[in-house]
Design a protein around this ligand. Structure first.
Ligand code: ADP
Ligand code: MG
Length: 566
């Protein structure tokens, strides 16, 4: 029994994985199907039961209106995603997935779990990060720390090879692209810079193949959701086939006709060219921000399922003039790193010497006005904390009032790199009252503090004021309110899980199998019969019948376990 075990969770766009720190190492935890990767797909069946993971992914094609994947792309937005007659926010779908991951891990471990380290793309903004924390809360988990995905991968790599070195992690997942530059020395894993593209991933390569398929068969029209889903599934298979073969075929029955395709490596290269070209800019930006040249890097580490594509590997080799390392399993590296961080949080001796420093991947600042003679033009962005500053960080800036006898200063807080605030993400605002003075005569101190988690605190004080106005950016557009969270909790507990997946039923089945293993002969056959009856009751989904058989089975088990029957 571990004391307060902390889960490490890679909550991916396409796949998620869980890792626990056990006996001094990070251990990847299989789900109830015995698999390390759980597809990040959530659906409902015709009886309104939840389906999560692999079986849900299979239904993406057959039941597109009852199934949702890639919902991580909508984190931090108010978008509503539909499952049948119900609607969910991305946080809620993520919560359902997290709840499943938690239950599977609890089942594997045999003890409850309530705390987690969850990884997020380095490029996730403040709003998206808060959405992940809320999703965890809805799933009954406290997110102790949000860890940037490429940083997690770097921690995993650092554990594998802990010499003094500098490297770049290149993470191309299903929906996002993240680049980080790491400097490792004497047990310090220092993230020097992060960059990325939140709209680029392996899924875009599959979509490019779909476009190619349609261009080859112009009579096919994708107005129907089921056709689009089927084409995408075929494209996905062809893409993966081309990772180990030079040609891939697909055929599809549609409208009473058979449609065929043969995709070659050359054609794939041609249709993915625009996507490959987009891999370059984040790499250059990260190198620039870290003030590293290509020659400074000892390794390039590949992470994310899409780096299995030979095309991506060739592009990386060309970009860097050398071959990348792939000794880490690209699908598992992020989860492993989350597990290492969990060990660090649990203050395990084996990772005591690792120190992790991370950077803030985007600039944070406020709106200011520009003066042109007598004219005042609003809408400009003044960065207070520049991107790729080490975390945690606290910065101060002194500003002056703009108008005569101004009695209130409104601070509008933004995140981004744009010169004008309209190009950046609005995070929140605060106002302070100031004593009236002539324009420019009243100065105001603004302090931004950014935590390791990626949460921002703003403090503001005018010259001579005894008090400091303080705000933690909490309510921003796209974020759930406390009332919404409470309503959502009720809604999520309402959705039925298949009885077979409910914790108490799974535990009972596990107890039955342990008893079966212990007994022999007639008694064993009898327990077998009881187990079968319980399994059949579960499949019937008839709650009364399940309760009746469960009670009977529990009585028997209790008697055996307490030793009354031997
Ligand atoms: P995420 O971090 O977004 O959850 P993953 O790291 O699991 O994603 O990567 C998922 C992506 O990797 C998908 O777009 C999938 O098509 C792609 N992928 C997985 N295996 C292969 C393969 N053998 N060849 C090409 N692409 C692959
Ligand atoms: Mg990933």
């Amino acid at each position: 029994m571990l004391i307060n075990p902390v889960m490490g969770i890679d909550l991916g766009t396409t796949n998620s994985a869980v890792c626990l720190w056990q006996d001094g190492k990070a251990v990847l935890i299989p789900n109830k199907w015995g698999e390390i990767l759980t597809p990040s797909v959530v659906g409902l069946d015709e009886q309104d039961n939840l389906i999560i993971g692999r079986p849900a992914r299979e239904r993406l094609q057959t039941h597109p209106s009852l199934t949702q994947g890639s919902f991580k792309r909508y984190m931090g937005t108010e978008a509503l995603l539909t499952l049948g007659s119900r609607q969910f926010r991305a946080e809620e779908l993520s919560a359902l997935l997290l709840r499943q991951l938690k239950e599977d891990a609890e089942h594997w471990l045999g003890q409850p779990l309530s705390q987690a380290i969850i990884t997020v793309p380095a490029y996730f903004n403040d709003v998206q990060r808060r959405a992940v924390k809320n999703a965890a809360r809805l799933a009954g988990l406290e997110a102790l720390r949000l860890l940037n995905e490429p940083t997690a991968a770097s921690l995993a790599f650092g554990l594998l090879d802990n010499r003094e070195q500098k490297y770049l992690t290149f993470d191309l997942g299903g929906g996002t692209f993240d680049v980080s530059i790491i400097d490792m020395f004497e047990g310090v894993v220092e993230v020097r810079a992060s960059s990325g593209d939140v709209r680029l991933g392996g899924d875009d390569f599959s979509q490019a193949i779909v476009q190619w398929m349609l261009s080859q068969q112009p009579e096919l029209k994708t107005a129907q959701a089921t056709l689009a889903a089927q084409l995408l599934a075929k494209a996905e298979i062809m893409k993966q086939t081309l990772s180990h073969a030079s040609e891939a075929k697909a055929s599809l029955e549609w409208n009473g006709r058979q449609w065929n395709w043969t995709l070659t490596e050359e054609q794939l290269t041609a249709c993915c060219q625009p996507l490959l070209a987009r891999l370059q800019r984040p790499v250059q930006q990260a190198l620039h921000d870290a003030r590293f040249s290509l020659q400074d890097l000892d390794h390039i580490v590949l992470v994310g399922g899409a780096t299995r594509m030979p095309l991506v590997r060739q592009t990386v080799a060309r970009l860097f003039g050398r071959f990348p390392r792939h000794d880490l399993n690209p699908d598992e590296a992020v989860a492993l790193g989350a597990g290492v961080q969990a060990g660090m949080v649990m203050a395990d001796a084996a990772v005591e010497d690792i120190i992790l420093t991370d950077v803030m991947p985007f600039s944070l600042g406020i709106e200011v006005v520009k003066r042109h003679g007598n004219q005042v033009e609003p809408g400009f962005f003044l960065p207070l904390i520049e991107r790729n500053t080490f975390l945690p960080v606290s910065k101060n800036e002194t500003l002056n009032t703009v108008s005569d006898n101004q009695t209130c200063v409104l601070l509008k807080i933004y995140q981004g790199e744009g010169r004008r605030v309209q190009d950046n993400v609005f995070l929140g605002e605060m106002s302070i009252d100031v004593p009236p003075r002539a324009a420019g005569e009243m100065s105001i101190d603004v302090r931004f503090t950014y935590t390791l988690d990626g949460l921002l605190e703003v403090e503001c004080r005018y010259d001579g004021s005894p008090t400091v106005a303080r705000t933690v950016i909490e309510k921003v557009p796209g974020q759930m309110s406390e009332e919404q969270i409470a309503a959502s909790l009720r809604k999520l507990t309402d959705i039925k899980q298949h009885p077979r997946d409910r914790q108490e039923n799974r535990e009972l089945l596990a107890r039955c199998s342990r008893l079966y293993e212990r007994l022999l002969g007639d008694e064993r056959a009898w327990v077998d019969g009881l187990t079968t009856a319980f399994e059949q009751a579960l499949e019937s989904q008839d709650l009364r019948r399940i309760a009746a058989v469960r009670e009977e089975a529990e009585n028997v088990l209790r008697q055996y376990e307490s030793g009354t029957l031997q």
